[in-house]
Design a protein around this ligand. Structure first.
Ligand SMILES: NC(=O)c1ccc[n+]([C@@H]2O[C@H](COP(=O)([O-])OP(=O)(O)OC[C@H]3O[C@@H](n4cnc5c(N)ncnc54)[C@H](O)[C@@H]3O)[C@@H](O)[C@H]2O)c1
Length: 319
């Protein structure tokens, strides 16, 4: 048990390995680099080296505005197609390979075999359970979910799942993520999709229903979200914002009871289940409208906007 006691203390983490160098792996590399850590990115696809360099260059303006640690530099992010080399002397592993359960179980097994047992291995999976990813490893007590939001260098949330069966690793991972500037939410019990993605898909289901009823197009619905509920959610989340909608806060129980009727009247009927055909049509609509000019402009809008929101919220968080 001495191994567990020394599981990844945050102040001893100097070198992080990102397994998978796609959108999320590169985003994590940018985040850990900003925190002043040595980062090694492993991906079997050699062309990911160029993707990583270009990704870091594009992220730099936002990273600089968020503030870089004194020794943070893209020169401290290394790329390799050799997993053993990537894991040598590593202090923390963030796995962000393709979302496929069998491939991830196999990959986590390989990482486990090549990594010192006191190192936490966190998976960026968007919805798998750590209980499944641990199948077949020698050291299950250090396997967790550390789920980010895209892009990890901008959106501070990390959801830690699986900590109910790996509490020392979860505590160490939480301390580490916070030390790099993340906001951590630890789930008391694992559930597929965790918190954020379940909420995103519940919202998406309503978007699809509203659009299918000819109420508004996708651009108008996005504007209604961004300038309406989402602007409050960025500050305080949904339940806090709803509470402020009650004139008599002491009778909030009565107010909340009334919401049961509103939800029954407003929500898409339970049998409205978006199928693959509907999702294909939705994707084509996005391409024709919201995405007609590609991703570059939207990415810039996101980066500039999120940095500004984080800066604006900082004083409130410090009080
Ligand atoms: N895209 C998102 O918005 C988002 C958000 C949060 C979490 N995630 C999760 O992050 C993970 C990665 O998603 P992504 O969007 O970066 O996908 P991606 O397709 O952009 O990148 C996946 C990368 O994994 C690499 N890969 C495949 N097999 C590998 C292996 N055996 N070892 C190492 N690398 C391997 C691929 O070459 C590719 O570069 C997934 O688990 C996904 O669910 C995605």
């Amino acid at each position: 048990m001495t191994e567990q006691k020394t599981l990844g203390a945050a102040n001893q983490i100097a070198r992080v390995t990102c397994i998978g160098g796609g959108l999320i792996g590169a985003g994590w590399a940018a985040h850990f680099m900003r925190a002043g850590l040595e980062v090694v990115v492993y991906d079997p696809a050699a062309e990911r080296a160029t993707f990583l360099r270009e990704y870091l260059a594009k992220a730099m303006p936002a990273l600089a505005k968020l503030g870089m640690a004194p020794d943070a530099s893209p020169t401290r992010v290394h790329f390799t197609t050799d997993m053993e080399e990537a894991l040598e002397d590593t202090n923390f592993v963030q796995e962000s390979a393709t979302e496929n359960i069998d491939a991830k179980i196999k990959l986590i097994g390989e990482i486990d075999a090549l990594t010192a047992p006191n190192v936490v291995i966190a998976s960026s999976s968007s919805g798998f359970l750590a209980a499944d990813l641990r199948r077949g490893v020698r050291h299950p007590e250090r396997i967790l979910i550390g789920h980010p939001f895209n892009p990890p260098y901008l959106v501070p949330l990390v959801e830690i799942a699986g900590g109910d069966a790996a509490s020392l690793a979860a505590a160490a991972a939480s301390e580490f993520y916070i030390s790099t500037g993340c906001e951590v939410v630890s789930l008391d019990r694992e559930i597929a999709g965790y918190i954020g993605n379940r909420i995103q898909y519940a919202v998406l289901r309503e978007i699809l229903y509203i659009a299918s009823q000819g109420v508004a197009d996708l651009q108008a619905i996005d504007r209604a979200i961004a300038s309406g509920p989402a602007i409050r959610w960025a500050v305080m989340g949904a339940s806090s914002a709803l509470f402020l909608g009650a004139r008599n806060p002491t009778a909030y129980g009565d107010y909340a009871e009334g919401l049961a009727d509103e939800m029954e009247r407003y929500l898409a009927p339970p049998d409205f289940q978006p199928d693959r055909q509907l999702m294909r049509a939705y994707g084509e609509d996005v391409l024709k409208g919201i995405a007609a000019n590609g991703q570059a402009e939207l990415m810039e809008l996101r980066d500039v906007g999120v940095v500004a929101i984080r800066a604006a919220l900082q004083p409130a968080k410090n009080t």
